[in-house]
Design a protein around this ligand. Structure first.
Ligand SMILES: [Ca+2]
Ligand SMILES: [Ca+2]
Length: 303
């Protein structure tokens, strides 16, 4: 007996099934990502070598999702490929709901109240955070009620969700119209991450998520991201210590060389900080400072 995997194809492509029907080894690492396969067994007659039986009780598996390397978006209208729901606590979990509010299209993802506490995650596909490509998260959210408003946490996890990297925001409480939230992911550049909408409320009402976008606030260039206004740095040119002063705690600082490679990463979480650039080669660098989920990138000359 041999085990075969037959890629699941749409009706229009069924005529091609004899071609995609092929023997594949064990394990899912050689399968195309995000595809459904039917697992069937075939027995050949040992004398004639003709096919004797083909199992009729095939089961279906879905191969792992590929790590997204580009910017991406999902408005929950047509698919939720590679999203994961963990339904803990009460019986209700995150799922697709019809939407009637402006800005959310025909469907949103939401969760209904439960008499006991939620312990529920809606988890994004895994993606690589890359500067100029995928270092910003934007989404819309709304509640069904303000008097029984749901609150959610926005969490960043490593790729297999074995480690909570950061809670970007806790207790996010949108109004009853879709509200847009924006978070800077630049602190995770170079890492494969997913984010989760986590809810732990009891007996509130409904909350909905829509229009998730992972992209970048900037294109290749300098002195961009001017959302951040109250920020100063000195001296420039700098020999050793670059002083950074902001009006609110600095979430992250990344220094890039001219090739766009990060050479220094800091997460000071203080209003004022210093970057030790004494070990860097002489030349031009870009310093990206994130405050209040916005950032600004400035050019600094190292002597
Ligand atoms: Ca939608
Ligand atoms: Ca639940």
């Amino acid at each position: 007996m041999k085990i075969f995997l037959k890629k699941t194809v749409s009706f229009s492509a069924l005529l091609m099934s004899a071609i995609v029907f092929s023997q594949i080894g064990f394990g899912t690492e050689i399968l195309e990502p995000t595809s459904a396969f039917d697992v069937i067994s075939i027995t050949k007659d040992s004398y004639s070598s003709k096919v004797k039986t083909i199992s009729s009780d095939a089961f279906r598996l879905t191969s792992d999702c590929a790590v997204i390397q580009d910017s991406w978006a999902n408005d929950f209208e047509t698919n939720t490929d590679c999203w994961t729901v963990i339904n803990g606590g009460d019986a209700n979990g995150w799922k697709s709901y019809p939407n009637s509010e402006p800005g959310g299209g025909a469907t949103s993802y939401g969760i209904q109240y439960g008499a006991s506490a939620h312990d529920d995650y809606l988890i994004s596909p895994v993606f690589t955070v890359t500067d100029f490509v995928s270092n910003r998260l934007t989404f819309d959210a709304r509640n069904s009620s303000t008097s029984t408003a749901e609150i959610i946490d926005i969490q960043v996890w490593n790729s297999d969700m074995s480690l909570l990297l950061e809670t970007l925001a806790a207790g996010v409480t949108p109004g009853t119209a879709f509200q847009t939230y924006v978070y800077d992911l630049s602190a995770f550049e170079g890492q494969d991450i997913c984010f989760a909408f986590y809810i732990a409320t009891t007996n509130q009402y409904y909350i909905f998520i829509d229009n998730v976008v992972v992209d970048s606030a900037t294109s290749l260039g300098i002195d961009e991201g001017n959302l951040l206004s109250d920020f100063s740095f000195s001296p420039n040119p700098v020999n050793a210590l670059l002083l950074i002063k902001a009006q609110a705690p600095i979430q992250s600082i990344i220094v890039y060389n001219m090739l766009g490679q990060p050479v220094v990463r800091l997460r000071p979480n203080t209003v004022n900080t210093k970057i030790d650039m004494s070990g860097l080669q002489v030349g031009t660098y870009f310093v990206k400072v994130s405050v209040n989920n916005t950032y600004k990138k400035v050019r600094v000359i190292k002597l």
